[in-house]
Design a protein around this ligand. Structure first.
Ligand SMILES: NC(=O)c1ccc[n+]([C@@H]2O[C@H](COP(=O)([O-])OP(=O)(O)OC[C@H]3O[C@@H](n4cnc5c(N)ncnc54)[C@H](O)[C@@H]3O)[C@@H](O)[C@H]2O)c1
Length: 336
């Protein structure tokens, strides 16, 4: 037994020296997204340690997930153990907060979620100021500026390390365009720019050769479905919440992309909502576009590239709404 254990320790030491130790925290791990997200992160070989926190239920989720036969360690933390949960974390994923009910927009969640996200960000700033923060909690267009402003106040904001997770829009786009074109979604990857709510979600079908043929009524319908796909789930769940499983999938996918970038893999490019210079001259300083992820987080922000007149119209509808959402988030932190 002792021999085996020594052998195991030696193997671990070897494999982790080839790869970075990466501790990931999930804040809101007891929720509809948090639970399956924690499970998926437990299966990610790039995660060496998983720290699960919630105001209720995280130790139970951790005990359950910890039995999955992958190498990572899992620990659950109770409501009063946020600081311990954040110690030494490299990446913090935040799905904490309330989800939508039928008839609600994401902005309707602002009053509840703004303070949850602000307070969690303040703790990250204090305990793990160099962590990369991945915001899932809605309204993302406002919660990301809230995180940035909170970190700024604490003097630790680095724009390369704060991300709004818009991957579900990318996942839905590939799936829905795959459906209408009869292609495998792997061949219909769509860049989605703008923000993460209705009209601020701007899918650029023209940039994928398999999607370029989608025109007229079908185009209108598929774009609408991408922008309002979340409503389909909210309606079908009939008061029991919004997307959780597909969101957990999308959240784990984005986390994995970031971890690959942090580990030095080249060419990891995906849309995400970050502090961005692209529309800064119009007072819009957060924007989602293709971003190259690297050892420091955001490595390079790609311009949106060539777009059609139809896409230009979508973008024009996006920008004023996005601006309002961003300003609302900033004002919330700076009012006091
Ligand atoms: N970015 C996206 O694409 C996307 C998609 C779907 C849902 N969402 C958003 O994700 C959020 C979570 O959705 P859900 O379905 O998992 O909701 P949920 O209610 O099932 O879970 C939320 C969890 O957050 C916890 N929580 C509340 N306050 C907390 C705090 N201060 N610290 C730690 N944990 C806290 C709750 O206890 C709960 O377990 C919502 O805001 C929802 O709108 C985002």
């Amino acid at each position: 037994m002792l021999f085996n254990r020594t052998a195991l320790t030696a193997t671990r030491a070897f494999s982790t020296s080839a790869r970075r130790e990466t501790k990931v925290a999930v804040l809101g791990a007891g929720g509809g997204i948090g639970q399956p997200l924690s499970l998926l992160l437990k299966s990610d070989p790039l995660v060496s340690s998983l720290s699960l926190y919630d105001i209720r239920g995280a130790p139970g989720v951790a005990a359950d997930v910890s039995h999955v036969d992958t190498a990572s360690e899992v620990k659950g933390y109770a409501a009063d153990q946020l600081d311990q949960a954040l110690e030494g974390v490299k990446v913090v994923v935040i799905p904490a907060g309330v989800p939508r009910k039928p008839g609600m927009t994401r902005d309707d969640l602002f009053n509840t979620n703004a303070s949850i996200v602000r307070d969690l960000a303040a703790s990250v700033a204090r305990v793990a100021p160099e962590a990369h923060i991945l915001v899932i909690s809605n309204p993302v267009n406002s919660t990301v500026p809230i995180v940035a402003e909170t970190l700024k106040k604490a003097g630790v904001f680095d724009p390369r390390r704060v991300f709004g997770v818009t991957t579900l829009d990318v996942v839905r786009s590939a799936r829905f365009v795959g459906e209408v074109t009869g292609k495998d979604p792997k061949e219909t990857a769509i860049t989605v720019v703008g923000g993460h709510s209705g009209p601020t979600i701007v899918p650029l079908l023209s940039q994928n050769k398999n999607a370029q043929g989608v025109k007229g009524e079908v185009y209108g319908k598929v774009v609408h479905r991408i922008q309002y796909g979340g409503d389909e789930v909210v309606k079908a769940k009939d008061g029991a919440g919004s997307a959780t499983l597909s969101m957990a999938y999308a959240g784990a996918k984005f986390t994995n992309s970031l971890l690959r970038g942090l580990n030095g893999e080249k060419g990891v490019v995906t849309p995400t909502f970050v502090r961005s210079p692209l529309y800064e001259d119009q007072g819009i300083d957060f924007f989602s576009s293709n971003v190259e992820l690297g050892p420091n987080g955001v490595e390079k922000i790609h311009p949106i590239g060539e777009i059609t007149a139809e896409e230009q119209k979508l973008l024009e509808a996006c920008l004023p709404e996005l601006k309002k959402n961003i300003e609302k988030g900033k004002a919330f932190v700076n009012k006091a």
